[in-house]
Structures are given as C-alpha cells and as structure tokens.
Design a protein around this ligand. Sequence first.
Ligand code: NAD
Length: 279
Amino acid sequence: MADIIDGKAVSAAVKEQIKEEIAREGLDIGLAVVIVGDDPASRVYVNNKKKACEFCGIKSYEYALPEDATEEELLELIDTLNGDGKVNGILVQLPLPKQLDEKKIIERISPMKDVDAFHESNVGRIMIGNYAFLPCTPAGCMELIRSTGVEVSGKECVVIGRSNIVGKPMAMLLLHENGTVTVCHSRTKDLAEVCRRADILIAAVGRANFVTADMVKEGAVVIDVGINRLENGKLCGDVKFDEVSEKAGYITPVPGGVGPMTIAMLMKNTVMAKRIQTK
Ligand code: NAD
C-alpha cells in the first residue's frame, strides 16, 4: 500500500514559511487576481488564492470583468496593473472566454509580475535553467516529490501530457533535477508500457481514472495532476486511486494533493516578484 503524499500538509508548511518570512522582513506585497466571466471552477480557484494571500500576509486585489469583456478592456487593465507599484504579481485566471486571445493577454503581463510564469520570456528562462519564477503546478509537483525523500537524479520519469502549463514545464523541471524524462501524449504508442518504466509517474491528462494499476511500476512515485468532475459532482484525478495506491510507493490524492501545492507555489512566486522588483 502506497504512502499518501499529503499535499495539504506540505502546502501548509510552505505557506507557514512564507507567512513567517513576510512578517519577519515586514514585506508589503500585493497580488492582482483578474477573473473574467463567472465560471464556477475559476471562482473557486480565485477564492482559494485570495484566502492563501490573506493567510500569508499578501494583499490581494480582485478585478472581476464581465463574460463579454473585450480584449481592449482586459489589455488596458493589465497595462494599469503593470504600472501599479502596489501590485507585485498579476494573475489572469484561465481559461478566458472565447473572444479573448489568451496568448496575447499573457504576453501583455510584465514578465517581472508574471507569477504564473506563463509569459514567453519566463518560459524561455525555465528552458535554460535561469529563472525567477517556476510555473506553479509543476513546481508544486517537484515539492511533493521532494517530500517523499525519493531522489529524482538518475530516475526514469514519465510525464503523461504535454501542455504548456503542466506537461512540458514538468518535464523540464525533472530534467533540471537529472531525471531521465519521457513525455507521453495522445499519440504515444504503447502508453502503458512506457508508463510501467517510470520510477516517477506524473499524470496531467484531464481524464478521470485514466492511469490504471497495470500502467504503474511497483513502488513508483505517482503524482496526479488531473482535476476531473464526475457526474455525481465529486472531484477525481487522472489516476485510478484505489487500485494504483495498492501498487505505488507514494501517491497524491485528489483532492488534497497537487491542487493545494499550486496555490502555495503562487504565494512563493509573489514573494519572489516583490524581491526582483525591489532589487
Ligand atoms: P490539456 O488538456 O492542455 O493537456 C492534456 C494533455 O494530455 C495533452 O498534452 C494530451 O496530449 C494528453 N492526452 C490526452 N489524451 C491522452 C491519451 N489518451 N493518452 C496520452 N495522453 C493524452 O490539460 P492541462 O492543462 O495540462 O491539464 C491536465 C489536467 O490537470 C486537467 O485535469 C487539469 O484540470 C489539471 N490541472 C490541475 C492543476 C492543479 O493545480 N492541480 C493545474 C493545472 C491543470
């Protein structure tokens, strides 16, 4: 039976450390959170981010635009926030309504305030290993792996999913830690066979119960990034938890695994943003 990696506990420890650091140094830090429209999942995420800010002693400023907001309106808001000295980090909650070009919006955020690390220049910096911010979800996964005491160096690491937000940066962070990394995606042949090689398996697919026990090596570290809502309203990950937890060495639950870590890493990035802006 696998050890359950407690994302809530690890994230609480990270947030506690951040809170202590902010109080000790008397840092005055602000995070602007922009939400467009009224997607219920986005609203939950934004509220959780605001709560985490409150806990850590970071001021949060919410900007809520209507579902039919124009690109000009949103770009104008970002320009204002880029120039606002009390705002150290800017987060635009994704996904955005269809009329808005996500890429264009992200590129407008000042790279020094891009606490999600989605801006092209921050993505490029991650590639060469010279970065200020790491994307929150992959960085959170790395912290969870670290919490197990399992060394990444030299291990077979398999990432399922190649999105710009999770899969690709995840692969890069594992590579920086000297993992031997394979990235799988919807065109991968013999997916189960590739996954079975993994000492560390990361699932970022977005399909409920996609990873089954036959795809997992005995004793592997299994990190489940997926957040899927079932018909009964319950949340579940990409990993079939009941059977995989019988075989893995370590496993993250959903909820209570990667999700809370993503928010803790956002807090960490916001402190970093303050530091690089006041250097
Ligand atoms: P995405 O849809 O952009 O990417 C999914 C990836 O899965 C794609 O690269 C695709 O190639 C791959 N894929 C799809 N079908 C496949 C198949 N049959 N075999 C192998 N690979 C396949 O999704 P995303 O933004 O990367 O998010 C993935 C999941 O993680 C979602 O459930 C999302 O909600 C969740 N997520 C969670 C957090 C968090 O904080 N926990 C953060 C971001 C995303």
